[in-house]
Ligand binder design. Structure first.
Ligand SMILES: Nc1ncnc2c1ncn2[C@@H]1O[C@H](COP(=O)(O)OP(=O)(O)O)[C@@H](O)[C@H]1O
Ligand SMILES: [Mg+2]
Length: 398
Protein backbone atom coordinates (compact mmCIF):
# COMPACT_ATOMS: atom_id res chain seq x y z
CA UNK A 1 0.00 0.00 0.00
CA UNK A 2 1.28 3.39 -0.95
CA UNK A 3 1.05 5.48 2.18
CA UNK A 4 2.58 8.46 3.85
CA UNK A 5 4.22 10.00 0.89
CA UNK A 6 3.67 12.76 -1.53
CA UNK A 7 2.36 11.38 -4.74
CA UNK A 8 3.02 13.50 -7.72
CA UNK A 9 1.25 12.96 -10.97
CA UNK A 10 3.70 11.56 -13.44
CA UNK A 11 1.39 12.47 -16.24
CA UNK A 12 -2.03 13.89 -16.73
CA UNK A 13 -4.83 12.40 -18.69
CA UNK A 14 -8.48 13.14 -19.18
CA UNK A 15 -10.48 14.27 -17.31
CA UNK A 16 -7.77 16.26 -15.58
CA UNK A 17 -6.49 18.91 -17.90
CA UNK A 18 -2.80 19.56 -18.29
CA UNK A 19 -1.34 22.74 -16.96
CA UNK A 20 -0.09 25.40 -19.33
CA UNK A 21 3.45 24.45 -20.40
CA UNK A 22 6.54 26.50 -19.78
CA UNK A 23 5.42 29.41 -17.68
CA UNK A 24 5.06 28.12 -14.16
CA UNK A 25 3.32 31.34 -13.15
CA UNK A 26 0.46 30.70 -15.59
CA UNK A 27 -3.01 30.08 -14.17
CA UNK A 28 -3.79 26.43 -14.25
CA UNK A 29 -7.22 25.01 -14.86
CA UNK A 30 -9.28 24.66 -11.73
CA UNK A 31 -11.37 21.77 -10.60
CA UNK A 32 -14.61 21.28 -8.81
CA UNK A 33 -14.67 18.12 -6.73
CA UNK A 34 -17.90 16.22 -6.12
CA UNK A 35 -18.38 13.26 -3.82
CA UNK A 36 -21.55 11.32 -4.55
CA UNK A 37 -22.86 8.79 -2.03
CA UNK A 38 -19.24 7.93 -1.28
CA UNK A 39 -19.14 4.89 0.99
CA UNK A 40 -16.45 2.73 2.54
CA UNK A 41 -17.22 -0.38 4.51
CA UNK A 42 -14.00 -2.07 5.60
CA UNK A 43 -15.64 -5.41 6.29
CA UNK A 44 -19.09 -6.91 5.96
CA UNK A 45 -21.31 -6.65 9.02
CA UNK A 46 -19.54 -3.56 10.38
CA UNK A 47 -20.75 0.03 10.25
CA UNK A 48 -19.40 1.86 7.22
CA UNK A 49 -16.39 4.08 8.07
CA UNK A 50 -17.78 6.54 5.51
CA UNK A 51 -21.50 6.41 4.91
CA UNK A 52 -23.02 7.83 1.68
CA UNK A 53 -21.06 11.06 1.84
CA UNK A 54 -22.22 13.84 -0.47
CA UNK A 55 -20.20 16.99 -0.91
CA UNK A 56 -19.51 19.60 -3.56
CA UNK A 57 -16.21 21.41 -3.28
CA UNK A 58 -16.02 24.57 -5.32
CA UNK A 59 -13.01 25.12 -7.50
CA UNK A 60 -10.21 26.83 -5.56
CA UNK A 61 -11.87 26.36 -2.19
CA UNK A 62 -10.17 24.99 0.89
CA UNK A 63 -12.55 22.61 2.62
CA UNK A 64 -11.77 21.27 6.09
CA UNK A 65 -12.95 17.78 6.99
CA UNK A 66 -13.36 18.21 10.71
CA UNK A 67 -14.34 15.65 13.29
CA UNK A 68 -13.20 13.49 16.17
CA UNK A 69 -10.74 10.65 15.74
CA UNK A 70 -12.24 7.70 13.87
CA UNK A 71 -15.08 9.60 12.18
CA UNK A 72 -13.84 8.74 8.68
CA UNK A 73 -11.74 11.73 7.61
CA UNK A 74 -8.66 9.85 6.47
CA UNK A 75 -10.75 7.17 4.79
CA UNK A 76 -12.53 9.88 2.78
CA UNK A 77 -9.25 11.52 1.79
CA UNK A 78 -7.68 8.24 0.74
CA UNK A 79 -10.63 7.45 -1.51
CA UNK A 80 -10.37 10.89 -3.13
CA UNK A 81 -6.64 10.31 -3.58
CA UNK A 82 -7.25 6.95 -5.25
CA UNK A 83 -5.31 5.08 -2.56
CA UNK A 84 -8.40 3.20 -1.53
CA UNK A 85 -11.34 1.91 -3.52
CA UNK A 86 -14.79 3.03 -2.37
CA UNK A 87 -17.31 0.31 -1.56
CA UNK A 88 -19.84 2.37 -3.50
CA UNK A 89 -20.44 5.88 -4.71
CA UNK A 90 -18.36 8.06 -6.95
CA UNK A 91 -15.85 10.88 -7.14
CA UNK A 92 -16.16 13.49 -9.88
CA UNK A 93 -13.90 16.27 -11.04
CA UNK A 94 -15.72 18.93 -13.03
CA UNK A 95 -18.49 16.41 -13.55
CA UNK A 96 -16.23 13.66 -14.95
CA UNK A 97 -16.10 10.39 -13.02
CA UNK A 98 -12.58 9.61 -11.73
CA UNK A 99 -13.60 6.87 -9.30
CA UNK A 100 -11.56 4.33 -11.28
CA UNK A 101 -8.75 6.64 -12.37
CA UNK A 102 -5.39 5.44 -11.01
CA UNK A 103 -3.61 7.57 -8.38
CA UNK A 104 -0.86 8.83 -10.66
CA UNK A 105 -3.37 10.16 -13.18
CA UNK A 106 -5.45 12.17 -10.73
CA UNK A 107 -3.19 15.24 -10.72
CA UNK A 108 -3.09 15.51 -6.98
CA UNK A 109 -0.57 16.70 -4.47
CA UNK A 110 -0.75 15.12 -1.04
CA UNK A 111 0.73 15.68 2.35
CA UNK A 112 0.07 13.13 5.01
CA UNK A 113 0.42 13.24 8.75
CA UNK A 114 3.88 11.73 8.65
CA UNK A 115 5.32 13.42 5.66
CA UNK A 116 7.99 10.81 4.83
CA UNK A 117 10.45 12.70 2.72
CA UNK A 118 13.21 10.72 1.02
CA UNK A 119 15.93 10.81 3.70
CA UNK A 120 18.82 9.99 1.36
CA UNK A 121 18.08 12.92 -0.95
CA UNK A 122 18.72 16.57 -0.35
CA UNK A 123 15.89 19.11 -0.08
CA UNK A 124 15.97 20.21 -3.71
CA UNK A 125 15.86 16.63 -5.01
CA UNK A 126 12.95 15.85 -2.70
CA UNK A 127 10.99 18.80 -4.00
CA UNK A 128 11.78 18.22 -7.67
CA UNK A 129 10.98 14.50 -7.46
CA UNK A 130 7.46 14.88 -8.87
CA UNK A 131 8.75 16.92 -11.78
CA UNK A 132 11.42 14.34 -12.56
CA UNK A 133 8.72 11.67 -12.64
CA UNK A 134 6.81 13.83 -15.08
CA UNK A 135 9.94 14.11 -17.24
CA UNK A 136 10.10 17.88 -16.98
CA UNK A 137 13.50 18.99 -18.33
CA UNK A 138 16.27 19.41 -15.78
CA UNK A 139 16.59 23.16 -15.92
CA UNK A 140 12.82 23.59 -15.42
CA UNK A 141 12.88 21.05 -12.58
CA UNK A 142 15.48 23.08 -10.76
CA UNK A 143 13.78 26.41 -11.42
CA UNK A 144 10.36 25.26 -10.28
CA UNK A 145 11.65 23.39 -7.24
CA UNK A 146 13.47 26.55 -6.13
CA UNK A 147 10.28 28.54 -6.65
CA UNK A 148 8.34 26.06 -4.54
CA UNK A 149 11.02 26.26 -1.86
CA UNK A 150 10.80 30.03 -1.95
CA UNK A 151 7.04 29.73 -1.36
CA UNK A 152 7.71 27.92 1.91
CA UNK A 153 10.67 30.22 2.62
CA UNK A 154 13.29 27.49 2.65
CA UNK A 155 15.27 28.10 -0.56
CA UNK A 156 18.41 28.60 1.53
CA UNK A 157 18.19 24.95 2.59
CA UNK A 158 18.08 23.52 -0.94
CA UNK A 159 21.31 21.53 -0.54
CA UNK A 160 20.63 20.36 3.00
CA UNK A 161 19.94 16.72 3.67
CA UNK A 162 16.44 16.08 4.89
CA UNK A 163 17.50 14.40 8.12
CA UNK A 164 19.30 17.59 9.16
CA UNK A 165 16.04 19.53 9.25
CA UNK A 166 13.61 20.21 12.07
CA UNK A 167 10.10 18.77 12.03
CA UNK A 168 8.63 22.10 11.00
CA UNK A 169 11.08 22.46 8.14
CA UNK A 170 10.35 18.92 6.94
CA UNK A 171 6.66 19.74 7.05
CA UNK A 172 7.23 22.71 4.78
CA UNK A 173 9.42 20.70 2.40
CA UNK A 174 6.59 18.17 2.15
CA UNK A 175 4.25 21.01 1.25
CA UNK A 176 6.66 22.36 -1.36
CA UNK A 177 6.93 18.87 -2.82
CA UNK A 178 3.14 18.66 -3.09
CA UNK A 179 2.77 22.16 -4.54
CA UNK A 180 5.58 22.00 -7.09
CA UNK A 181 3.59 19.86 -9.51
CA UNK A 182 0.85 22.51 -9.36
CA UNK A 183 -1.78 19.97 -8.43
CA UNK A 184 -5.38 20.39 -9.46
CA UNK A 185 -6.29 19.00 -6.07
CA UNK A 186 -4.32 19.34 -2.90
CA UNK A 187 -5.03 16.76 -0.18
CA UNK A 188 -3.69 17.41 3.29
CA UNK A 189 -4.18 14.95 6.14
CA UNK A 190 -3.50 16.63 9.49
CA UNK A 191 -0.37 18.22 8.02
CA UNK A 192 0.29 20.32 11.12
CA UNK A 193 -0.19 17.65 13.75
CA UNK A 194 3.52 17.06 14.36
CA UNK A 195 4.36 20.69 15.01
CA UNK A 196 4.48 22.60 18.26
CA UNK A 197 1.66 25.02 19.00
CA UNK A 198 3.40 28.16 17.86
CA UNK A 199 4.69 26.81 14.57
CA UNK A 200 1.32 25.22 13.93
CA UNK A 201 -0.33 28.59 14.08
CA UNK A 202 2.10 30.33 11.76
CA UNK A 203 1.93 27.41 9.33
CA UNK A 204 -1.85 27.79 9.17
CA UNK A 205 -1.42 31.22 7.67
CA UNK A 206 1.32 30.05 5.36
CA UNK A 207 -0.63 27.09 4.01
CA UNK A 208 -3.64 29.30 3.50
CA UNK A 209 -1.59 31.84 1.56
CA UNK A 210 0.08 29.19 -0.57
CA UNK A 211 -3.25 27.56 -1.26
CA UNK A 212 -4.83 30.84 -2.27
CA UNK A 213 -1.90 31.67 -4.50
CA UNK A 214 -1.95 28.28 -6.23
CA UNK A 215 -5.76 28.19 -6.18
CA UNK A 216 -5.66 24.43 -5.88
CA UNK A 217 -8.94 22.93 -4.74
CA UNK A 218 -7.97 21.64 -1.33
CA UNK A 219 -9.26 19.05 1.13
CA UNK A 220 -7.74 19.57 4.55
CA UNK A 221 -8.27 16.96 7.26
CA UNK A 222 -8.13 18.09 10.87
CA UNK A 223 -9.58 17.29 14.28
CA UNK A 224 -8.74 20.82 15.43
CA UNK A 225 -11.73 23.14 15.27
CA UNK A 226 -9.63 26.29 15.55
CA UNK A 227 -7.57 25.21 12.59
CA UNK A 228 -10.71 24.60 10.56
CA UNK A 229 -12.37 27.88 11.56
CA UNK A 230 -9.16 29.74 10.80
CA UNK A 231 -8.31 28.30 7.41
CA UNK A 232 -11.32 26.93 5.62
CA UNK A 233 -13.72 28.39 3.06
CA UNK A 234 -16.12 25.63 4.05
CA UNK A 235 -16.13 23.12 6.86
CA UNK A 236 -17.61 19.64 6.73
CA UNK A 237 -18.23 18.48 10.29
CA UNK A 238 -18.09 14.68 10.33
CA UNK A 239 -19.36 12.28 12.94
CA UNK A 240 -19.53 8.50 12.64
CA UNK A 241 -18.95 8.43 8.88
CA UNK A 242 -21.60 11.08 8.15
CA UNK A 243 -21.49 14.79 7.48
CA UNK A 244 -23.44 16.54 10.25
CA UNK A 245 -23.12 19.95 8.66
CA UNK A 246 -21.41 21.52 5.67
CA UNK A 247 -21.07 25.27 5.47
CA UNK A 248 -19.07 28.45 5.92
CA UNK A 249 -17.14 28.60 9.23
CA UNK A 250 -19.17 31.55 10.52
CA UNK A 251 -22.51 29.88 9.74
CA UNK A 252 -21.44 26.65 11.38
CA UNK A 253 -20.28 28.51 14.46
CA UNK A 254 -23.30 30.82 14.71
CA UNK A 255 -25.93 28.42 13.51
CA UNK A 256 -24.99 24.84 14.32
CA UNK A 257 -27.61 22.39 13.10
CA UNK A 258 -27.08 19.71 15.71
CA UNK A 259 -25.97 19.45 19.33
CA UNK A 260 -22.91 17.60 18.16
CA UNK A 261 -21.87 20.47 15.90
CA UNK A 262 -22.69 23.10 18.54
CA UNK A 263 -20.50 21.25 21.00
CA UNK A 264 -17.67 20.37 18.65
CA UNK A 265 -17.21 23.79 17.05
CA UNK A 266 -16.23 26.17 19.78
CA UNK A 267 -17.53 25.54 23.25
CA UNK A 268 -21.24 25.80 23.86
CA UNK A 269 -23.57 25.90 26.83
CA UNK A 270 -26.70 23.91 26.02
CA UNK A 271 -29.96 24.27 27.87
CA UNK A 272 -33.38 22.70 27.27
CA UNK A 273 -36.04 25.39 26.88
CA UNK A 274 -39.66 25.61 25.78
CA UNK A 275 -40.59 28.16 23.13
CA UNK A 276 -43.72 30.00 24.29
CA UNK A 277 -44.46 32.63 21.69
CA UNK A 278 -43.13 34.44 18.69
CA UNK A 279 -42.30 38.05 19.61
CA UNK A 280 -40.83 39.70 16.53
CA UNK A 281 -39.01 39.13 13.26
CA UNK A 282 -35.21 38.95 13.62
CA UNK A 283 -32.34 39.24 11.11
CA UNK A 284 -31.78 36.73 8.30
CA UNK A 285 -35.39 35.52 8.28
CA UNK A 286 -35.20 34.27 11.86
CA UNK A 287 -37.64 35.07 14.68
CA UNK A 288 -37.28 36.36 18.19
CA UNK A 289 -39.17 34.14 20.64
CA UNK A 290 -40.17 34.22 24.26
CA UNK A 291 -38.76 31.16 25.98
CA UNK A 292 -39.12 29.55 29.37
CA UNK A 293 -37.15 27.05 31.39
CA UNK A 294 -37.56 25.83 34.98
CA UNK A 295 -34.43 27.64 36.04
CA UNK A 296 -35.15 31.12 34.80
CA UNK A 297 -38.24 33.27 34.74
CA UNK A 298 -38.43 34.49 31.19
CA UNK A 299 -36.23 35.31 28.32
CA UNK A 300 -35.83 35.74 24.61
CA UNK A 301 -33.89 33.86 21.96
CA UNK A 302 -33.69 33.69 18.19
CA UNK A 303 -34.31 30.75 15.91
CA UNK A 304 -35.78 29.75 12.59
CA UNK A 305 -39.50 30.34 11.95
CA UNK A 306 -42.06 27.86 13.23
CA UNK A 307 -40.60 27.01 16.63
CA UNK A 308 -43.53 28.31 18.65
CA UNK A 309 -44.83 25.69 21.09
CA UNK A 310 -41.87 23.33 20.65
CA UNK A 311 -39.10 22.10 22.92
CA UNK A 312 -35.67 23.27 21.85
CA UNK A 313 -32.05 23.49 22.95
CA UNK A 314 -30.72 26.92 23.76
CA UNK A 315 -27.13 27.42 22.58
CA UNK A 316 -25.08 30.01 24.45
CA UNK A 317 -21.46 30.69 23.54
CA UNK A 318 -19.12 31.38 26.50
CA UNK A 319 -18.10 34.82 25.21
CA UNK A 320 -21.75 35.86 24.97
CA UNK A 321 -22.31 35.42 28.70
CA UNK A 322 -21.88 38.14 31.29
CA UNK A 323 -21.00 37.27 34.87
CA UNK A 324 -21.84 39.51 37.82
CA UNK A 325 -22.42 39.06 41.53
CA UNK A 326 -26.02 38.09 42.19
CA UNK A 327 -28.33 40.51 43.96
CA UNK A 328 -32.07 40.58 44.61
CA UNK A 329 -32.97 42.15 41.28
CA UNK A 330 -34.89 39.79 38.97
CA UNK A 331 -33.35 39.87 35.55
CA UNK A 332 -34.64 38.47 32.27
CA UNK A 333 -32.27 36.32 30.19
CA UNK A 334 -30.25 35.21 33.13
CA UNK A 335 -29.50 32.25 35.31
CA UNK A 336 -28.09 32.06 38.82
CA UNK A 337 -25.21 29.95 39.95
CA UNK A 338 -22.01 29.67 41.92
CA UNK A 339 -18.50 30.19 40.55
CA UNK A 340 -16.60 26.92 40.67
CA UNK A 341 -13.42 28.20 39.10
CA UNK A 342 -11.91 31.26 37.55
CA UNK A 343 -8.91 31.13 35.21
CA UNK A 344 -6.90 33.90 33.61
CA UNK A 345 -5.95 33.35 29.99
CA UNK A 346 -4.29 36.60 28.95
CA UNK A 347 -7.00 39.06 27.96
CA UNK A 348 -9.85 36.85 29.06
CA UNK A 349 -11.13 35.35 32.25
CA UNK A 350 -12.75 31.95 32.05
CA UNK A 351 -15.47 31.03 34.51
CA UNK A 352 -17.03 27.74 35.34
CA UNK A 353 -20.35 28.33 37.05
CA UNK A 354 -22.49 25.59 38.49
CA UNK A 355 -26.27 26.07 38.13
CA UNK A 356 -29.37 23.95 38.61
CA UNK A 357 -29.11 23.33 34.85
CA UNK A 358 -25.58 22.00 35.00
CA UNK A 359 -22.21 23.69 34.63
CA UNK A 360 -21.84 26.72 32.38
CA UNK A 361 -18.66 28.18 30.94
CA UNK A 362 -18.30 31.91 30.43
CA UNK A 363 -15.52 34.04 29.08
CA UNK A 364 -15.28 37.73 29.96
CA UNK A 365 -12.58 40.33 29.37
CA UNK A 366 -10.15 40.67 32.25
CA UNK A 367 -10.46 44.46 32.12
CA UNK A 368 -14.00 44.20 33.50
CA UNK A 369 -14.08 45.73 36.95
CA UNK A 370 -15.14 43.84 40.04
CA UNK A 371 -14.66 40.31 38.76
CA UNK A 372 -16.41 37.69 40.87
CA UNK A 373 -14.22 34.91 42.22
CA UNK A 374 -14.60 31.25 43.17
CA UNK A 375 -17.44 30.64 45.62
CA UNK A 376 -19.33 33.80 44.68
CA UNK A 377 -23.02 33.63 43.85
CA UNK A 378 -23.42 35.09 40.40
CA UNK A 379 -25.90 35.96 37.74
CA UNK A 380 -25.13 34.77 34.21
CA UNK A 381 -26.87 36.90 31.62
CA UNK A 382 -27.03 37.24 27.86
CA UNK A 383 -28.63 39.18 25.02
CA UNK A 384 -31.53 37.41 23.33
CA UNK A 385 -29.88 38.10 19.95
CA UNK A 386 -26.91 35.95 21.05
CA UNK A 387 -29.09 33.09 22.25
CA UNK A 388 -29.79 30.54 19.53
CA UNK A 389 -32.55 27.93 19.54
CA UNK A 390 -31.75 24.53 18.12
CA UNK A 391 -34.90 22.62 17.14
CA UNK A 392 -35.09 19.27 18.90
CA UNK A 393 -35.75 17.07 15.91
CA UNK A 394 -32.44 18.28 14.47
CA UNK A 395 -30.73 18.16 17.82
CA UNK A 396 -31.29 14.41 17.94
CA UNK A 397 -29.20 14.13 14.75
CA UNK A 398 -29.93 11.35 12.34
N1 LIG B 1 -7.62 -0.28 7.11
C1 LIG B 1 -8.67 -0.31 7.94
N2 LIG B 1 -9.34 -1.47 8.17
C2 LIG B 1 -10.42 -1.52 8.98
N3 LIG B 1 -10.93 -0.44 9.59
C3 LIG B 1 -10.34 0.73 9.39
C4 LIG B 1 -9.17 0.87 8.55
N4 LIG B 1 -8.82 2.18 8.54
C5 LIG B 1 -9.68 2.81 9.34
N5 LIG B 1 -10.60 1.96 9.85
C6 LIG B 1 -11.74 2.33 10.73
O1 LIG B 1 -12.57 3.22 10.02
C7 LIG B 1 -13.02 4.26 10.86
C8 LIG B 1 -12.58 5.61 10.30
O2 LIG B 1 -11.18 5.72 10.34
P1 LIG B 1 -10.39 6.98 9.77
O3 LIG B 1 -10.90 7.29 8.42
O4 LIG B 1 -8.94 6.70 9.89
O5 LIG B 1 -10.82 8.10 10.81
P2 LIG B 1 -10.21 9.56 11.10
O6 LIG B 1 -9.19 9.86 10.05
O7 LIG B 1 -11.37 10.46 11.10
O8 LIG B 1 -9.59 9.46 12.47
C9 LIG B 1 -12.45 3.97 12.23
O9 LIG B 1 -13.43 3.30 12.98
C10 LIG B 1 -11.28 3.08 11.95
O10 LIG B 1 -11.02 2.24 13.02
MG1 LIG C 1 -7.13 10.33 10.27
Amino acid sequence: MQTNQTIAASERSAPIRARGTGDSGARREQAKLSLVDLTKQYSAGTDPAVDKLNMEIESGHLVALLGPSGCGKTTTLRMVAGLMEPTSGSILIDGADITSTPVHKRGMGMVFQSYALFPHMNVLDNVSFGLKMRKVDREQQRKRALEALAMVKLEHLAKRRVKELSGGQQQRIALARALVVEPTLLLLDEPLSNLDAKLRESMRTEIRMLQQRSRATTLFVTHDQDEALDMADRIAVMNGGLIEQFGAPRDIYRRPRTRFVADFIGRANLLDVAVEAELAPADHGEKLYRIAAPSFGSGGAVGRPGLEGTDTTLVLRPHNLRVRRADDAEEANSLRGTVVSMTYTGDAVGYRVTTTQGDFVAEVTSSSSDLPSAGDHVQLSWDPADAYLLPHEEATGR
